[in-house]
Design a protein around this ligand. Sequence first.
Ligand code: F3S
Length: 294
Amino acid sequence: MEIIKARVMGFCYGVKRAMKIATAAAEKNGSAVTLGPLIHNPQVVNRLEKEGVHSVKSLNDVKNKEIVIIRSHGVGPSCYNDIKCKNLTLEDATCPFVKRNQEIARVLSHEGHQMILIGEKNHPELKSVAAWVEGKHPIIIEDMSDVDAMPQLDEAHIVIQTTFSIALAEQLIAAICRKVKKAEVHRTICQATSERQKAAQELAGKVDVMIVIGGRNSANTGRLAEVCRAAGAVTHHIETAKELRAEWFHSQDKVGITAGASTPDWIIEEVFFIMEDMGKMLEMEEQNLDYKKG
Ligand code: F3S
């Protein structure tokens, strides 16, 4: 069985940067806290705990001298104010691409434009971008039913969650443009997301089975699994090597692997090695069967 890795996968620039900021802060201060898990990967969050990076639900859970890390998904302006009022030390790990979305939303809404945000309503990044919108409430579009429910508009600016599906975003944009006379589209899906989705799609078209590695709570990993299924591959989304099942690889010549932007190399490598072992075992079993038959 040949195991083929997607040409781009795993940790993105924004996640690497957030990890660096958080671990450096914990090393300097003994510990640091993040508002919500730093990244959407439970295994990495557990490791970070051991290195002194703790996740809390709100600023009320932060002790006086602790350093507060804002994670890559960002927060709204009121959170920055609260951190300042409480005199806490801040390290901002908001991904620069998320910051750019917040800035577009802030500046254009301040100028009086209607903002339309395409993304997952409950995703922390989308919530953080929405929180920077001034004046008119932003219209949030997650699927076609939201487009059906939105009013006809004279004008609007569209911003997309950095980790959203490229294909779905294009469908939604086309539908929104039919309801807005003058729509300006800001194509803000980040390069890391689009590269990973394209690489996963390419690979899924060449293999029968795809293994997608990453947190179940990771939006971008979930999107990769959707992309692979849409490309026709039988797709299994796993968090760690423990979830692999040898029967998935019976009689398979080629199997693909991809991983979300919040999946570390050590998990990807572990999955790869276990899959290699499973492949060898299956080959030996098949040879034994042939021998017995012969
Ligand atoms: Fe940033 Fe894109 Fe990663 S927005 S956190 S580089 S997936």
